[in-house]
Design a protein around this ligand. Structure first.
Ligand SMILES: Cc1cc2nc3c(=O)[nH]c(=O)nc-3n(C[C@H](O)[C@H](O)[C@H](O)COP(=O)(O)O)c2cc1C
Length: 181
């Protein structure tokens, strides 16, 4: 059972989540590797997929979306899970009382769900390194506008127990007898 964890990242924290999932699946006895979603891989070589990307401005990073679109025929018929990284901070609910993880589901997920019917979709808390070189207009604004800079919490909020637990669920599903998967 070969599992590909394809990831899209801007600053590296989503790669960390993808690598952790790969490690955990290997510890659970599966063969798993994490690779950038932008790499041209032959998806037919893999038996199952986890596709993860960071969310920016409510959208999943393009490389993750394109990976799913490019490989939709394979992903639709082999076990596939999607995850998004972001939000940041320690609040579990937003100012309107809504579950932060739920409102952070990237806008692309409903459409991608329709395309490939993944086994599961998950949102994990992410990370912001205040010293990382800004990428794109929004991040450059954050650097120069104090109000924007203060609006976003900074730090590493990745929830490793939640990530490990999800990886274990995936491993259990993949180890289940074929008819039960
Ligand atoms: C300018 C900016 C916009 C962001 N927008 C969102 C967003 O819309 N939804 C979300 O859940 N997280 C958002 N985040 C948080 C990132 O998704 C989070 O920092 C993520 O872990 C970054 O992953 P990466 O290190 O792999 O690039 C944003 C972060 C920045 C800096």
């Amino acid at each position: 059972m070969q599992v590909l964890i394809a990831y899209a990242t801007r600053h590296g924290s989503t790669r960390g989540i993808a690598e952790r999932i790969a490690e955990r699946l290997r510890a659970d006895g599966l063969s798993a590797e994490a690779r950038p979603a932008a790499e041209a891989v032959d998806a037919s070589r893999y038996d199952a997929f986890v596709v993860g990307g960071a969310a920016y401005m409510f959208h999943w990073l393009d490389d993750a979306t394109r990976f799913v679109e490019r490989n939709r025929d394979v992903l639709a018929v082999r076990p596939t899970w999607l995850f998004s990284s972001g939000p940041i901070g320690t609040d579990l609910v937003d100012k309107q009382g809504r579950d932060v993880l739920e409102v952070s589901i990237p806008k692309e997920f409903p459409r991608l769900h329709g395309l490939i019917r993944p086994r599961g979709e998950k949102v994990f808390f992410g990370a912001i390194d205040p010293d990382a070189k800004p990428v794109g207009l929004a991040e450059r604004f954050m650097r120069v506008l104090p109000a924007a800079r203060e609006a976003l919490p900074r730090g590493d909020f990745r929830d490793w127990p939640a990530i490990d637990a999800w990886a274990d669920e995936i491993a259990a599903a993949l180890r289940a007898p074929v008819g039960a998967r």
